[in-house]
Design a protein around this ligand. Structure first.
Ligand code: GLC
Length: 413
């Protein structure tokens, strides 16, 4: 069975590789995550008062997009409307529950898209399908779906070409008819280059719910390789993840991942050709917390050491053990070696294990040389071309460096 060829929009999406997810809304003022209205059982009228204090005075699309670019990210997916029903965009009369009717008095999505374009970042729109605010969601579902479609149509027609729509919430009514042909049809009509993504949530990662879906999601979980043989079309994969344990700002959530963990997660995604969508939770003001920005920039420095490899490299037929893996790029193969230690004096280097032989299978092309990308050091290796077994002698980091994941370049003879 053959693997179908990806459509251009899907191919482009895979090359974006690494994106920023932004959860920003009324809930950001409370700093307890984006589900707080629901989880704290807040009456709608009480929660809706947050609109009167929503200023978003520091929300700056250009600044956000610049950070994404510096962090090595190529796209941003922002919550245009989350489950609380409040829209960051101008709903053009569909509702008064939007940013233009708040003290912010502006269309934050227009500012966001403009900033993205200036920085060469592709904008994507997250949009909820579940709505805790609209009565029609409970009482008149067909009416609600009409409202949802008109909302999405605004996003498709008012902001120029966008990267895609990222839906979330169908899991709240698994048995309902969401009339997806109509919803997705209008995206195809107005934005033929846009990806259609539907988040299937924590319980059903990687599921395809409709023939128009262009990428599956792996929420908060390492993506699995896609079994694409015999699929009716090529579908991409994306893992979305929080840096701590909340999507919307969690003022008292200190459980942050380190640059090391983020690099490892990015690698785990690229290992299977999946994109990595990493979340930030802006402050009430709309500014991305400096501790999040600093972490992202640090990871960006690691990415830049590898040129376009992380974006353009494709999963190789050369396979590693444990976390080690290989990508093919421009006629060469790149081995991603994990858990190496620093080589050095025993009085200064704490952990000295980790370096040594690493094996790969599927290496049937005759190898000429293997060398670290970072310092060009040549590595000794043994290869059995017939069986495809390759063993490299992975030396440790020279004192003064630790790349977390170290890349060796294989050139063929
Ligand atoms: C879940 C949550 C939601 C979050 C999303 C991001 O579906 O309901 O709050 O926006 O995941 O992946």
């Amino acid at each position: 069975m053959t693997v179908p060829k990806p459509e251009p929009r899907v191919e482009r999406f895979e090359r974006l590789a690494y994106g920023m997810f932004i959860h920003y809304g009324l809930y950001s003022q409370l700093g307890k995550g984006e589900w707080i209205m629901h989880l704290a059982d807040m009456p709608k009228a009480q929660y809706a008062k947050l609109k009167d204090t929503f200023r978003a005075e520091e929300f700056d699309g250009r600044k956000i997009a610049r950070l994404a670019r510096e962090a090595g990210m190529r796209y941003i997916t922002i919550t245009t409307r989350h489950h609380d029903g409040f829209s960051l965009y101008d709903t053009c009369g569909l509702s008064e529950y939007d940013a233009v009717h708040s003290p912010a008095k502006r269309d934050l999505i227009a500012d966001f898209v403009h900033g993205c374009r200036q920085e060469g970042i592709l904008p994507f729109f997250y949009h909820t399908t579940l709505d805790w605010y609209q009565d029609s969601f409970q009482e008149d579902f067909p009416g609600y779906l009409e409202y949802l479609r008109r909302s999405v149509e605004l996003l498709c027609t008012n902001y120029g070409p966008i990267g895609g729509l990222w839906f979330d919430g169908n899991w709240s009514r698994p048995d309902a008819d969401w009339e997806l042909d109509k919803l997705y049809g209008l995206i195809r009509k107005h934005q033929p280059e846009a990806m259609i993504i539907n988040n299937t949530g924590l319980e059903a990662r990687g599921q395809v719910i409709h023939q128009e879906i262009d990428s599956v999601t792996f929420e908060q979980g390492r993506p699995l390789p896609m079994a694409r043989e015999g699929m009716p079309k090529y579908i991409a994969a994306e893992m979305c993840q929080t840096m701590n344990q909340h999507w919307g700002l969690g003022k008292q959530d200190f459980a942050y991942m380190s640059p090391k963990e983020l690099i490892e997660n990015l690698c785990a995604c690229r290992k299977v050709g999946a994109n990595y969508l990493l979340n930030v939770g802006p402050l009430a003001s709309g500014e991305i917390p400096n501790y999040e920005a600093a972490t992202l920039r640090r990871v960006g420095e690691w990415i830049k050491l590898h040129g376009d490899l992380l974006y353009e490299g494709k999963p190789s037929s050369v396979k590693g053990a444990d976390d080690d893996f290989a990508l093919d790029y421009r006629g060469k193969t790149y081995l991603f070696i994990h858990d190496l230690s620093i080589q050095g004096d025993k009085n200064v280097v704490r952990m000295r294990s980790g370096a040594g032989p690493r094996s790969f299978s599927g290496a049937t092309g005759s190898i000429d040389k293997v060398q670290w990308l970072d310092n060009d050091e040549h590595l000794s290796f043994a290869q059995d071309v017939d069986s495809g077994l390759l063993v490299i002698d992975a030396t440790g980091y020279p004192y003064g460096t630790n790349l977390v994941v170290r890349v060796a370049e294989i050139s063929y003879g």
